[in-house]
Ligand binder design. Structure first.
Ligand code: G3H
Ligand code: 13P
Ligand code: ZN
Length: 310
């Protein structure tokens, strides 16, 4: 048990036609809910930390919580930097003990993306840390960057080949129609599986990553709305599409919005049903349980990663 890189997990996931879940973590209850689920499923697990998470919780608290989770669960866990903005942030995270980093220079022109990514790869590989990078632009909002739907661009398969060759990255995040947040599609959900297949054939040894892959579970949206929330028209990626992607070359599926919705739904429900309670443990407990249930469902029925812990 310990902090591990994703190399072996991805290799086995690609061979086995499943994907490893990468869950965004921001506090203790989120980490505990996810880890409890992964433990019961004996699943490989990536816990990822965004710039927003580092600002909110402070990297050191999150790393110590992840260390505690490893000790408590006996699981191997990948600690990953999500959407790293530059080499400075990557360096800090590697110094802090992260075993995997993402450099997201996807909003720069191709040559600049290659240059920045290659610099990160050289630094990280020299320290035994693996690197994910992104090519193409996902729509939606991340902490530092907002991309309007009309500015999103899908990953070009030929560019992907050149990008992987010139940078030496370990995994590639692709844009095929997913987006961050709770509003992924206006009408019928649609992903470009033809493009995904083509990329997979051209770079078969590079595990692919799907960002913006929450399913936006209707039960949680409905609970939020029932108990005073206002999240109309939220829609995620259908589960069968994620299963299909996992059977192709997608080895890592990123999930944050579903954690937020599960937690918020449970807290909203508790608050409305128990107006005289004011002990945070009373509502954070159900929130943690909701996260656990949701993650366990994903591992079993969507990612297919049960039993994949190294
Ligand atoms: O990629 C986006 C993730 O949902 C992280 O979002 O930067 O607000 O923590 P955040
Ligand atoms: P969601 O907003 O779909 O959960 O995506 C999260 C993500 O891609 C984190 O990098
Ligand atoms: Zn993302």
């Amino acid at each position: 048990m310990g902090l591990v890189t994703s190399t072996e997990l991805f290799r086995r996931a690609q061979e086995g036609g499943y994907a490893i879940g990468a869950f965004n973590v921001n506090n203790m209850e989120i980490i505990q809910g996810i880890v409890d689920a992964a433990k019961e499923e004996k699943s490989g697990l990536i816990l990822q930390v965004s710039a927003g998470a580092r600002k909110y919780a402070n990297s050191i608290y999150l790393r110590k919580l992840v260390e505690a989770a490893i000790e408590d669960s006996d699981l191997d866990i990948v600690l990953h930097l999500d959407h790293g903005e530059n080499l400075e942030i990557v360096k800090q995270c590697i110094d802090d003990g992260f075993t995997s980093v993402m450099i997201d220079a996807s909003h720069y022109p191709f040559e600049e993306n290659v240059r920045i990514t290659k610099e990160v790869v050289d630094y990280a590989h020299a320290r035994g840390v693996v690197v994910e990078a992104e090519l193409g632009k996902l729509a939606g909002v991340e902490d530092a960057v907002s991309v309007a739907k009309e500015d999103a661009t899908y990953t070009d398969p030929d560019e992907a080949v050149e990008f992987v060759k010139r940078t030496g990255i370990d995994s590639l995040a692709v844009a095929i129609g997913t987006s961050h947040g709770a509003y992924k599609f206006k009408g019928e959900p649609k992903l470009d599986f033809e493009r995904l297949e083509k990329i997979g054939k051209l770079i078969p040894n590079t595990p692919l990553v799907l960002h913006g892959a929450s399913t936006v579970l209707p039960e949680f949206v409905e609970l939020c709305n029932k108990y005073g929330g206002d999240i109309p028209g939220a829609q995620g990626v259908p589960e069968e599409m994620l299963r299909r992607a996992a059977q192709m070359n997608v080895a890592k599926i990123n999930i944050d919005t579903d954690l937020r919705l599960a937690m918020t739904a449970a807290i909203r429900q508790f608050m409305v049903e128990n107006p005289s309670e004011f002990d945070p443990r009373k509502y954070l407990g159900p929130a943690r349980a909701a996260i656990k249930g949701m993650v366990q469902h994903k591992i079993r029925n969507v990612l297919g990663s049960s039993g994949s812990n190294l």
